[in-house]
Ligand binder design. Structure first.
Ligand code: NAD
Ligand code: LMR
Length: 328
């Protein structure tokens, strides 16, 4: 049976990720083949014409689930009554930059968007922040939306998660679907910690099945610096894989994670694993009934502890910087 239509807002709709994302949402790959969608595209004024072009193409796909398309440069209108907000619109980094360098350029986008979400979003709103630096931008939006439960905000770690699955599967010569319990801890940045200690293949820790040199010297840096490698090779930041990760993230959130497995998402810390309360950090999470839950009671060895602490220290620095900028 077909469900009631869901309003989905995508910011930065005329950008690269927007172009790779919107068609998949409209085809039902994000919310399911039983859920019609009403798309709302938020762009800055100079990009509205380009968003109109994308909307024409969406119409031309004749997607049965696509109920309507609205294009606007007004955040209040874009977020009014929305149930899923994908905050993509932000500047991407160029060669030689770290994602944190974007904080002053992009941070200002997320304060008014948080306020607009607070004022007009639907009761069941779920927000995914993709625009970089994603964790701190998510914190800005969340802090400016005091009436929305904090657990409705998340930052995208899923691209890192998928990168980690792919690298581990290649190393072991197995399928990505044979690997479970992968986690990306900390920040969506070069300090992130992709965790092979808890990741499993064949019921055993992957860390026990690969050489330590490969884990420390190849796996972690390859995953953590993959975004920069793509920028260097493509001359533009990842787009299709980022859109794919956003679809995966929302799909897991809404439809739940597989029994016995978990995924990675940037969620508001409840103090678990010594990560300061309130920070938006990558954690192992499950979803049931549409809410993320941090996986509890994993044993953290000394190596993992040091890696998690280093990435969390960077999140603390970013939080202090956005406080100084008056964004939270
Ligand atoms: P892009 O430059 O192609 O598109 C960004 C779009 O955002 C542009 O069309 C721009 O007009 C729009 N925009 C800017 N300010 C806006 C605002 N205030 N409201 C609405 N729209 C606005 O960039 P892209 O490649 O699509 O990347 C978008 C962001 O996603 C970048 O910050 C990039 O670094 C980030 N990203 C994150 C991940 C992740 O894993 N979290 C992965 C890839 C890219
Ligand atoms: C990525 O991980 O590919 C994105 O965050 C883009 C970037 O700046 O690395």
């Amino acid at each position: 049976m077909t469900k009631a239509p869901v309003k989905v807002t995508v910011t930065g709709a005329a950008g690269q990720i927007g172009y790779a994302l919107l068609f998949r949402i409209a085809s039902g790959q994000m919310l399911g083949l039983d859920t019609p969608v009403k798309l709302s595209l938020l762009e800055i004024t100079p990009a509205l014409r380009a968003a109109e072009g994308t909307a024409m193409e969406l119409t031309d796909c004749a997607f049965p689930l696509l109920e309507s398309i609205e294009i606007t440069d007004d955040a209040t209108r874009a977020f009014d009554g929305t149930s899923v907000a994908l905050l993509v619109g932000a500047r991407p980094r160029g060669p030689g930059m770290e994602r944190g360098d974007l904080l002053s350029a992009n941070g200002g986008i997320f304060k008014p968007q948080g306020a607009a979400l607070n004022n007009g979003a639907a009761e069941d709103i779920r927000v995914l922040v993709v625009g970089n630096p994603a964790n701190s931008n998510a914190l800005i939006a969340q802090q400016n939306a005091p009436d929305i439960p904090a657990n409705r905000f998340s930052a995208m770690m899923r691209l890192d998660h998928n990168r980690a699955l792919a690298q581990a599967a290649q190393k072991l010569g197995v399928s990505v679907s044979d690997i479970s319990n992968m986690t990306i801890w900390g920040n969506h940045s070069a300090t992130q910690y992709p965790d092979l200690v808890h990741a499993q293949f064949g019921g055993r820790s992957i860390a026990e099945q690969v050489e330590r040199d490969w884990l420390e010297g190849t796996f972690i840096p390859t995953v953590a610096k993959r975004g920069a490698a793509i920028i260097e090779a493509r001359g533009a930041s990842s787009a299709a894989s980022a859109a794919n990760a956003a679809i995966d993230h929302v799909h897991s959130w809404v439809h739940g994670t597989a029994e016995g497995d978990w995924t990675s998402a940037g969620v508001v810390s409840d103090g678990s694993y010594g990560i300061p309360e309130g920070l938006i950090s990558g954690f192992p999470v499950t979803s049931t009934g549409g809410d993320w839950e941090i996986v509890s009671d994993l044993e953290i060895d000394d190596f993992s502890r040091a890696r998690i602490d280093a990435s969390v220290a960077e999140l603390v620095e970013e939080r202090d910087a956005i406080r100084e900028l008056g964004l939270i």
